[in-house]
Design a protein around this ligand. Structure first.
Ligand code: PLP
Length: 412
């Protein structure tokens, strides 16, 4: 089986499960008992494989980790209770006081906030315009260990210079982390641009149904960690391309404890089975909505990489299977953003993204409120910007909803 969906749909049953169960069961257990104390010790010491304590390992979570690894074509994955826990634990496990991180300035708001917190704890961060590899290169100094970018930035849909930054990191020996949440491994595999580690918020497209939180870090196997100072000697066994994921699991997950629960892992694994089907539909809907909005009198600007006028339209077309399912737009000055938002009847006013339902949010007043007007301006976030996470509804219903919300505001 080589197809993206075939591999995911059949991955559980290819390992033996009691009664021939087709889904990995929900293992609701904290601890695992052993008949032989020597075997228990061997598992703790790593000379035998097995389960110890639920903060570090759970069979249901393992099954999901295998799916994410297969989707990303990586070598290993560790799951966390949220996407933020994955990012925070990765930085905590791999960087130390005095280290420097170069990050895209076009970031998920909470990641921006997290990086500012790490600055207060002694890990310096420089934010750069990751649409341009030269800007990333200019941000690197002798203490830089890692470069962090997103694929399509939320909410303004800037596309990072993913391939060029991968090349730069390879030349300079830097760890290259790509947050693939907005594209998911169905639209894009960051391993193709030489990423070292991949972040996915499983909460979004991979889970897809807005019913469970989760995050993942996947090691691609492309980075040689023997040249990275911050790996502890105890984790330097075996293949150096897997040392980071071992340290993330032992020093990150075990010390910090942001472990994914078995029940959430089950929900996310079921969601993952239909990732490709959902995204084909969501991206087609997004394209139609972006084209519709672009021709609406009450809209001032539309941001979607599938539109020919988008600054990185060609880059997105070259890298991604589809240009994503997030559309954002600025209303014309005469349209009241609150009246317009309240006019939406099918589209839900909500903060999540990647859900089956179409969700809209006035970003400057909500998820990007706390960062203040200056930082918002630097990210290109206007007060009239509305972000739409496009769902799987029938496109006619979505277009009719946008049309009536505009018309009811006297701006047809
Ligand atoms: C949502 C999101 C996250 C954080 O994921 P949670 O599961 O909500 O913690 C990280 N990165 C991006 C790009 C996201 O959209």
């Amino acid at each position: 089986m080589t197809g993206f969906t075939s591999k995911i749909v059949h991955s559980d049953r290819l390992s033996p499960i009691e009664h021939g169960s087709l889904h990995k069961p929900i293992h609701a257990t904290v601890a695992y008992g052993y008949e032989d104390a020597r075997e228990l010790a061997a598992v703790f010491q790593g000379s035998a494989s097995g389960y110890t304590y639920g903060r570090q390992v759970n069979p249901t979570v393992d099954a999901l980790q295998e799916k994410v690894t297969a989707m990303e074509n990586g070598v290993a994955t560790v799951c966390f209770t949220t996407g933020m826990a994955a990012i925070g634990t990765m930085i905590f496990a791999l960087l130390r006081r005095g280290d420097h991180l170069v990050s895209s300035s076009f970031l998920f708001g909470n990641t921006n906030s997290l990086f500012n917190s790490f600055t207060a704890h002694g890990v310096d961060v420089t934010f750069v315009d990751a649409q341009d590899v030269e800007a990333v290169a200019a941000g690197i100094n002798e203490r830089t260990r890692m470069v962090f970018v997103e694929t399509i930035a939320n909410p303004r849909t800037q596309v990072s210079a993913l391939a060029e930054i991968g090349e730069l990191c390879r030349e300079r020996g830097l760890v290259y982390v790509v947050d693939n949440t907005m594209t998911s491994p169905y639209l894009f595999q960051p391993k193709a641009v030489h990423a070292s580690l991949i972040i996915n918020s499983l909460t979004k497209y991979i889970g897809g149904h807005g019913n469970a939180l989760g995050g993942a870090i996947t090691e691609t196997g492309l980075y040689d960690w023997s040249s990275f100072d911050n790996i502890y000697d105890t984790y330097k066994g075996g293949d150096p391309s897997k040392w980071a994921i071992t340290q993330i699991k032992k020093k990150g997950l075990r010390d910090f404890g942001a472990s994914l629960g078995a029940e959430a892992a089950h929900h996310l694994a079921v969601g993952a089975e239909t990732l490709a089907l959902r995204l084909d539909r969501q991206c087609a809907n997004a394209q139609a909505m972006a084209e519709y909005l672009q021709n609406s009198a009450w809209v001032q600007a539309v941001y979607y990489p599938g539109l020919p006028g988008h600054p990185q339209h060609d880059r997105a077309a070259a890298l991604f299977r589809h240009p994503g399912a997030l559309v954002s737009f600025e209303l014309a000055p005469e349209v009241d953003i609150w009246e317009y938002m309240n006019g939406l009847k099918v589209i839900v006013k909500s903060s999540n993204l990647g859900d089956n339902r179409t969700l809209a949010i006035p970003v400057a007043h909500t998820i990007y409120y706390e960062m203040g007007p200056e930082r918002r301006a630097s990210m290109g976030i206007a007060d009239t910007l509305i972000r739409i996470s496009v769902g799987i509804e029938d496109i006619d219903d979505l277009l009719a909803d946008l049309a009536q919300a505009g018309e009811n505001n006297g701006a047809a």
